[in-house]
Design a protein around this ligand. Sequence first.
Ligand SMILES: Cc1ncc(COP(=O)(O)O)c(C=O)c1O
Length: 377
Amino acid sequence: MEQHKMVDLHSQYLRLKSDIDKAMADVLEQTSFINGPAVKVFQSNLEKYLNVKHVIPCANGTDALQIALMALNLQPGDEVITSTFTFIATVEVIALLKLKPVLVDVEPDTFTLLPEEVEKAITPMTKAIIPVHLFGQGADMNAIMSIAKKHHLKVVEDTAQAIGCDYNVNGSTTKLGTIGDIGCTSFFPSKNLGCFGDGGACFTNNDSLAEKMRMIVNHGSQKKYYHQIIGVNSRLDTLQAAVLDVKLKHLDDFNNRRKTAAKWYDEELKEIDNLVIPTRSSDSDHIFHQYTIKVKNGERDKLQNFLKENNIPSMVYYPVPLHQQEAFAAYQDSDSSLPNSEDLSTQVLSLPMHTELSEEQLKDITSTIKRFFNHGQ
Ligand SMILES: Cc1ncc(COP(=O)(O)O)c(C=O)c1O
């Protein structure tokens, strides 16, 4: 049996090696490393795949979020509501732009923004909401979009963990990241669509936001050496675009492989007391960027150690919710409490999840977990 890994990028590469090597060799041959033809080709193929008017490639997912917020004309002190239970990048960019991050709690079963908490947090300074589609499943976009409409707020979707996931928008199937004003994603290697370094993109159906984001990624410029606005330098390398264009053709297969592994985990783990398998929300598909269980008896860390002793890696995403992080202390009342996220940070455990998981590996992982709980062994 192959050694267990959280993510097995090497075996996936070997399966696609001839196409990827050729795509990379073509870029090397052209020496078109910056804004080469592969960037435009990938951009256009991703627009078709997502059924969105504009994809703006950039250097990573954190930049994508920053570029999206810069395009919205927000003013210092404006408030942006988002989840406290996410990767730091989502909130970091809000603070960097001198906006105020307003962190709210998540739904304890899907780990995504609680719409009623979003609505409670709205003030006259609120300008935008960033729902995070955590672990590969959509936040409650139907509720969030109606709150945004009612209060005239912009919506930026953090789709770093959910690219390719379908969502039911009032009866019509839509890709996550294309529902709000702007969607953002990351092509970090371990993501469902990952490159061989850093990469990211913004998506929008709005022509003027697209035009502005294209300027922002290019030093605020449309014409070389003429700069209309303050921008940044954030480009997707041509080599990364070439890899991504090969992988994009396999994205649905990648996501299906993850779903198959998740089904195996579900079947094997669902009967264990004190272990809760992931919940599916009603409007969203789940493409399992992570397969995250909850361990209810206070034994999460013991289970993690037991898995480690048996050569099975696992990860805690996330051990400290962002409202409790030192970096954001200035934005919180010292007694502020977001109990669902605080509980989750002591309960969640993500198991190995990738496109190459074999039945033998899954059997070994689930039987080891059952052994820990003395369940049916
Ligand atoms: C939810 C979320 N948002 C944003 C990012 C930032 O992406 P990147 O690492 O490409 O900057 C990540 C990546 O880990 C993420 O998981």
